[in-house]
Design a protein around this ligand. Structure first.
Ligand code: ADP
Ligand code: MG
Length: 272
């Protein structure tokens, strides 16, 4: 039997809001250097679970481990420093900055940045700034936004913003990147590009991706493994082809408000 190299473990996580159990017993893991999709009907608790894993919420119960170490309840910046990032929508303030500056402010702080700056030689500070700058341009060219580096982020199209959000997350050289519906509102050709960048980073750097995705075709094409949530719990987990035939998964989608379209998609029947 081959040893599975697990980067992330989510164990019996619970998170409620008042009386509403948004996540109620979610357990799964993510293999290193994989592209894993998290799917499930609307309201299943996917985004809430992402918030727990990335440190935005503390779980009411359960554990999250990154490289075998507990991270649940840790502050977000500490989790980022350990190599786990999630993409965030650009805030108003960020749209008023240039594309390049958006990248520069996303650079990780040097350990003990303030003290380091006090004692470092001017040459060392300059070198570090040059490195960050170079990395920013490299990532912008990876996502095809290099020529827009000096433009305000506000002028970007919806799809270009998603690419910038993606590139910003990569400034920290993460080992695990979490994306919440990265394709939503992105035109199909930019969407395909985004997927290609994910694959390239997976191949070249061994980066792990965990993505919430609504489009079943995307999920089936890009991910090696699919985790399915329904009513706060993980109800299935496996290779895409097994999951799409899983009775519990089909039932979960049948019970959801968009059952009609989704159940056909998940069963792989083309409705068109
Ligand atoms: N901050 C919150 N306060 C109260 N209820 C919330 C909050 N966030 C999410 N919920 C509720 O938790 C459930 C799961 O939501 P969410 O995690 O966004 O699901 P998904 O991303 O799978 O669509 C939903 O019923 C949602 O209304
Ligand atoms: Mg969501």
């Amino acid at each position: 039997m081959s040893e599975r190299d697990v980067i992330l473990e989510v164990e019996d996580v619970h998170k409620s809001f008042g009386g509403l159990a948004a996540v109620a017993g979610a357990t799964f893991d993510v293999e290193r250097s994989s592209i894993t999709a998290l799917i499930g009907p609307n309201g299943a608790g996917k985004t809430t679970l992402f918030h727990v894993v990335s440190g935005f919420y503390k779980p009411d119960h359960g554990a999250v481990r990154l490289d075998g170490e507990r991270i649940d309840g840790s502050p977000t910046h500490r989790i980022v420093r350990r190599g786990l990032v999630r993409t965030f929508q650009l805030t108003k303030a960020l749209t008023r900055m240039s594309v390049l500056d958006n990248m520069l402010v996303a650079a990780p702080a040097q350990p003990g940045e303030r003290m380091w700056r006090v004692f470092a030689t001017p040459g060392a500070v300059k070198r570090r700034e040059e490195e960050v700058h170079e990395r920013a341009l490299e990532l912008l060219s990876l996502v095809g936004l290099e020529r827009l580096a000096d433009d305000y982020a506000a002028v970007l199209s919806g799809g270009q913003r998603k690419l910038l959000e993606f590139a910003r997350a990569l400034m920290t050289e993460p080992s695990l990147v979490m994306l919440d519906e990265p394709m939503a509102g992105v035109n199909p050709s930019l969407g395909v590009e985004l997927l290609e960048h994910m694959r390239e980073l997976q191949r070249e750097r061994g980066t792990t991706f965990l993505l919430i995705e609504h489009d079943i075709d995307v999920v089936m094409t890009v991910s090696e493994r699919v985790v399915v949530m329904s009513s706060g719990a993980v109800i299935a987990d496996g290779p895409p082809d097994d999951v799409r035939r899983n009775e519990a998964v089909i039932d979960a989608y049948l019970g959801s408000p968009h059952a009609h379209e989704e159940v056909h998609e998940i069963a792989g029947e083309s409705s068109s």
